[in-house]
Design a protein around this ligand. Structure first.
Ligand code: PXP
Length: 252
């Protein structure tokens, strides 16, 4: 019997906090410091989100530490913690105990030309962080460009998963759209063949999603900006439900 798993949706709620910080960065204790990422997380849950993603950045530009801990303790969904490869973030992750951690670049040194984590040049520190997180029971993902060299390096890091950076595809125009899609397909096949769980994210929206659904072997999509934007018009629960409905035809 051939069982097909449905494609999972991780909803990134960072930009709810971006909007709150725009007005209340210096006054988060005010009871009306809004919008509230915790409420957005509950609404995403109601809309069928399979997990929540949040990123506490070194500069705290959107999510704050307290947001992460409240979401973790109050929302019964798997949590994916995006984090830079820093000692500060490892300590937060070990205290937060998310289900998953996704290592992402924050400093210029860590960023490849296209924007994924530079696993090739950062393999040693990345491998150490992967092991520390895994020892705490956290599954680890690396946010990588669809580039076979970085996927090979991800295998060497002993990460559990990769998240393919779909930003170059999302920004492509004309003939470049098909070539970027082809790169994602090649990378997904290679990652899957190497035994990695393959996720994808960045710049996916309700329109380009149909092309992303042609990429094989995907387990989860992480989508933030387009869902939070749509939520302004229809509410978070409906925005998530719509995205899940659009993802439903995926056949792997
Ligand atoms: N995946 C990763 C690793 C991210 O850093 C982000 C946020 O930039 C996303 C997915 C979601 O991207 P977007 O907000 O464009 O949907």
């Amino acid at each position: 019997m051939h069982l097909t798993m449905s494609l999972l949706l991780g909803v990134n709620i960072d930009h709810v906090a971006t909007l709150r910080q725009a007005r209340y960065a210096g006054a988060l204790d005010l009871p009306h410091a809004e919008p509230n990422p915790l409420e957005a997380g509950h609404d995403a849950h109601a809309g069928g989100a399979d997990s929540l993603t949040l990123h506490v950045r070194g500069d705290r530009r959107h999510m704050q530490d307290a947001d992460a801990f409240r979401v973790r303790s109050e929302i019964p969904l798997p949590l994916n913690f995006e984090m830079g490869v820093t000692e500060e973030m490892v300590r937060i992750a070990l205290a937060l105990k998310p289900d998953f951690a996704c290592l992402v670049p924050e400093s210029r040194m860590e960023i490849t030309t296209e924007g994924g984590l530079d696993v090739l040049n950062g393999l040693d520190p990345i491998r150490i962080v992967v092991a520390r997180l895994q020892d705490a029971g956290i599954k680890v993902s690396l946010f990588v460009d669809p580039d076979l060299r970085h996927i090979d390096a991800a295998v060497k890091s002993r990460a559990d998963m990769i998240e393919l950076h779909t930003g170059a595809f999302a920004n492509a125009q004309g003939d470049a759209v098909e070539s970027e899609l082809a790169r994602l397909i090649t990378a997904a096949i290679a990652g899957h063949a190497a035994g990695l769980q393959v996720n994808a994210g960045h710049g996916i929206h309700y329109t380009n999603l149909s092309q992303i659904l042609t990429v094989p072997h995907l387990t989860e999509l992480n989508i933030g900006h387009s869902i939070v934007s749509r939520a302004i018009r229809v509410g978070m629960t409906a925005a998530v439900r719509e995205m899940k409905d659009f993802m439903a035809p995926y056949s792997g």
